[in-house]
Design a protein around this ligand. Structure first.
Ligand code: NAD
Ligand code: UDP
Length: 314
């Protein structure tokens, strides 16, 4: 049995990770400040004898003896990370410093939930890990993009300088159950709008693309990465290479929900990346990982989750 710390454990991905780590027979400490996460996501784990919940902000030092740390604490939806941009960058940078300092002291492994946002609005397509990115350092998305880029730098400097046992994964748009209905990201927005027959809000002309990964696939990738030997440090892209325009996504969701919603086009948001698709050769080679759940299948499961959420809110 391993002892594992998950920061951001009450969020969308963190809650799935805690659940899976417990089901694999580990002891899990879930740390969260509930900025975008919620107890509802992990309430069913509270009675588990090997689950512990800690209210703590990752920008402050925290000490615990564990074998592994998954560092997920950081708001991930643009509307939430832009709400208090200084706090967002502090969470990425000071959070990384605190968790890397802890990993150094206790000699644990540590995995960073990095992001495809480190590639910014990419000038090469699809994106391999070798690409350095095209990121605006002073725009609306910079608090998140540059915060995550600096966190990667810190991870690698702790590795080069102190031999900390790092693992860095770059996650491409992931969706599924446990997303907050007001999360603000595209899949949750479109599904909740469609289920309520409200207008589907496409920002811009909908020609921008994303590649959508279902949460269960992603969590498998996280754990496979953590279980590699110390020579595998990343960065490794984790995502589903199936690429769709936002207009296509809207049409698929209207179709799958049988909704009467109209698709409407609103002004484009600042610095919105125009295309995103991961090259996952490294994940295939080093982790023997690839996504198994394709978009429609994942959306059907996610629609069922949001139907229940909206029902409970009524
Ligand atoms: P989320 O917003 O649901 O989860 C983030 C969690 O971190 C929340 O529970 C939140 O309360 C917590 N948190 C935020 N600031 C904190 C702080 N200062 N101290 C402690 N906890 C804090 O988002 P998610 O989609 O589950 O994302 C999890 C991680 O994965 C994030 O680091 C995100 O950047 C990364 N990521 C996610 C995606 C995706 O598509 N889901 C893509 C790229 C990267
Ligand atoms: N988007 C949209 N309508 C929405 C929410 C998002 O058209 O209601 C678009 C957004 O402009 C972007 C894409 O969907 O082009 C993905 O947005 P999201 O916020 O989910 O993730 P990110 O931009 O961080 O990839």
């Amino acid at each position: 049995m391993k002892k594992i710390l998950v920061t951001g454990g009450a969020g969308f991905l963190g809650s799935h990770l805690c659940e899976e780590l417990l089901s694999q027979g580990n002891e899990v400490i879930c740390m969260d400040n509930y900025f975008t996460g919620r107890k509802k996501n992990i309430v069913h784990l509270l009675d588990h004898p090997f689950f512990e919940l800690v209210r703590h902000d990752v920008t402050f030092p925290y000490f615990v003896e564990v074998d592994e740390i998954y560092n997920l604490a950081c708001p991930a939806s643009p509307i939430h990370y832009q709400y208090n941009p200084i706090k967002t960058i502090k969470t990425s940078v000071m959070g990384a410093i605190n968790m890397l300092g802890l990993a150094k002291r206790i000699k644990s492994k540590i995995l960073q939930a990095s992001t495809s946002e480190v590639y910014g609005d990419p000038t090469i397509h699809p994106q391999p890990e070798e690409y350095w990115g095209n990121v605006n350092p002073i725009g609306k998305r910079s608090c998140y993009d540059e915060g995550k880029r600096c966190a990667e730098t810190l991870f690698f400097d702790y590795y080069y300088q102190n031999k900390v046992r790092i693992k860095v994964v770059r996650i491409f748009n992931t969706y599924g159950s446990n997303m907050h209905p007001d999360d603000g990201r595209v899949v949750s927005n479109f599904i909740t709008q469609a289920l309520q027959n409200k207008d589907i809000t496409v920002y811009g002309d909908g020609s921008q693309s994303r590649s959508f990964c279902y949460c269960d696939d992603l969590i498998r990738g996280f754990i496979s990465m953590m279980n590699t030997d110390d020579s595998v440090i990343g960065p490794i892209n984790l995502g589903n290479p199936g690429e769709f325009t936002i207009k296509e996504l809207a049409e698929i969701i209207v179709d799958l929900t049988g909704s009467k919603s109209k698709i409407i086009y609103l002004p484009q948001v600042e610095d919105d990346p125009m295309q995103r698709q991961p090259i996952i050769d490294k994940a295939r080679e080093k982790l023997n990982w690839e996504p198994k759940i394709q978009l429609k299948e994942g959306l059907i499961k996610t629609i069922a989750y949001f139907e229940k959420e909206l029902e409970e809110m009524r």
